[in-house]
Design a protein around this ligand. Sequence first.
Ligand code: C2E
Ligand code: MG
Ligand code: MG
Length: 732
Amino acid sequence: MFSLPSPQQPDSSGSTPAPSTEYDNTIFRDFPIPFAITRFDDGRYIATNRAFESTFGWREEEARTKTSLGTGIWHTREERDAFLRQLADSGNIPFPMVHVVCRDGVSLRRRLYATLLPRENGQYVFSGFIDVYGPASAENDTRIKQSHLFQIYDCIMDGYAWVDSTGHFVECNRAFHEMLGYTKEEILQLSPRDVTPAHWYSIDIRVEQEQLMYRGYSDVYEKELIRKDGSVFPIELQLYQHLDANGNHAGFWGVVRDISERKRQQENIRFLAFHDLLTKLPNRVSFMEKLEHLLQRAKYLASRGLSLEVSQEGKQEKETAKRPCQMALLFIDLDHFKDVNDTLGHQVGDMLLQIVSRKMSDLLRDNDFLARFGGDEFICLLEAPVTASTAAAVAERILSLFSSPLILQEQEVYISASIGICLFPNDGEDAETLIKHADLAMFKAKNEGRNTFRFYEASLGADIMERVTLEHALRGALQRREFILHYQPQVDLATGRLAGVEALVRWMHPERGLIPPAHFIPAAENIGVICELGAWVLQEACRQMAEWHAAGFLVPRVAVNLSALQFERDNLVEFVQQQLEKYDLRPQMLELEVTESILMQQTEQTLAALSGLRKIGVYLAVDDFGTGYSSLGYLKSLPVHRLKIDYSFVRDIGRDSNDEAITRAVIALSSNLGLETVAEGVEREEQELFLRDEGCHIMQGYRYAYPLPAREVQKLYKKGAEESPGRSPKFR
Ligand code: C2E
Ligand code: MG
Ligand code: MG
């Protein structure tokens, strides 16, 4: 059996020493086809056989001083490397035609059959140089057959078979009969026709035969073969002509590679690229491809005057719904899906998406195309012929799916959807416009009560347009460093000192200037960038605290607002801890403001995060207290330190006795629970006096300072947190 010598370093003359005798004794030497073994890395010859010498003139000792580049097989290193890469990837069986430069300078054209020989001490390339044009002889045939060629080929992973002129297998290697599930003896009783599905045989055989006749070899084909157990598998096949002593066609050689695994992987990759893993529906990429294709087809038909459906009256058609329109796009968004995720968890949310997608797919026609566009958004394409009324009927049927509750993990879950419809070509002629318009129509359906559908209208509200544009600009704003923090001082009337600051984010929009958070925080939550933004705010506020402290400006505490979505991330507690460590802050220097709605959620994750934060030792404040209808009773059980009375109650102190009563009650409740109260939005003296008399001493509001850039806060309070801020100058 063939065994490779251990590779040896070239000696001082540059030649590689002769291989071991173990190697000399192999059939390799006497084999009638020129063979060579080269090192994979540098192409240096390790061994050649006698046929190599008699054909090309290079003695083995001479060859070992050379590389495959030096014998002209490859013109350039790039060419050689490309070939080796292809060989290593084994994507294709490469059988290139090469020119071997003989010792006398003559160049001979040969087909190169190469295979990789991985060995413990490195990779080698085993190359055979086959003369597909040269004369063959009966003697050669017999020598080949009788030789141990197929012993060598038994080491090769590709199947190798020889078919004679009567169309029967006369030789094959182990890989070939094993991939078909036959013994060698059984295979030699068969012909290629017995192992090839009929349709393959009839399609290609003529082309292959012509190629064999005229070129001596065929292209590499993808085909199928039938195993002994009847199963069919994909292969890659290349054929070589075999000539008899008189130069006549006498059968062929086939080299076969089982490509089942590659096909499976390709299928998998294709599926992953074009489908959504959760619902198995086509994804956005696939939808865009389909839409572009249909639009192109429609344009082509229109250019040839074949488009019957194009309406000249624009919107008229949609309203009358009499003439057919070419296509309809339905943008479907589930209503309050986030609540399902928040209250029942992501697993139930995922199940819901799967069930909803299945139900929608079931009610659509085969021709309709449903894709998951992202999150809880789906898009449905109704192909021609479609009228506005058929599109409306489909939308209605989709909505009716939600009329009864879905059962998820033995719970009844009510969900609905809002659908926006736009029609091609009236509402847009390119993919981007059509999707945008269907999306706008969907917003309209949401704004007008949800669980309904709306058609796109050119006059769709400017406010919706504005929202969509804003959301679009928000997506990259963090990367473009467009956010900044302002800090609003909180003062302690009892001690007359700066008690802390609240960090408030602002968006420096390149065209619109400073945008307040109320205008973009809901949008950031809506499109899911709030967690990234919130993390930036937290980190930046901690960094600023460290900077102030380093400058000797000892701000006691910084308060940072948290959004509900930040509690859904697993790592909130860990992230807060990291920031404290990174900026060397004591936990008491950081306060996190959460709204009542976050506390009300009471999901396991929220409670765990709250107690985790409490354990770290950071302060927790309930923001906008009084607006969230929370039951006051459970406040006792929550790990919070402070209540911030909402601005809406403070605003009317001195004007509205109801608000005064609420404020009084909140301060009393807070003190009973051992919590501190902070009043937000204090602007006038009468508010301050009222609050102070009721026992609230920490004030935040324009009366003391506006939210300011860090530098301004430092300037204003530098001399001290020590000095009475009660009457400090106001800044605009
Ligand atoms: P908030 O947390 O209740 O913040 C207090 C808001 O009241 C601030 O508005 C502040 O400028 C305003 N304010 C302070 N004193 C007075 C006053 O005397 N009179 C009046 N009329 N208003 C006063 P701002 O900065 O526009 O923030 C609005 C809301 O945006 C915040 O309300 C908070 O809920 C949210 N927000 C701000 N920054 C962030 C953040 O980084 N993350 C999150 N999730 N939300 C933030
Ligand atoms: Mg706040
Ligand atoms: Mg507030």
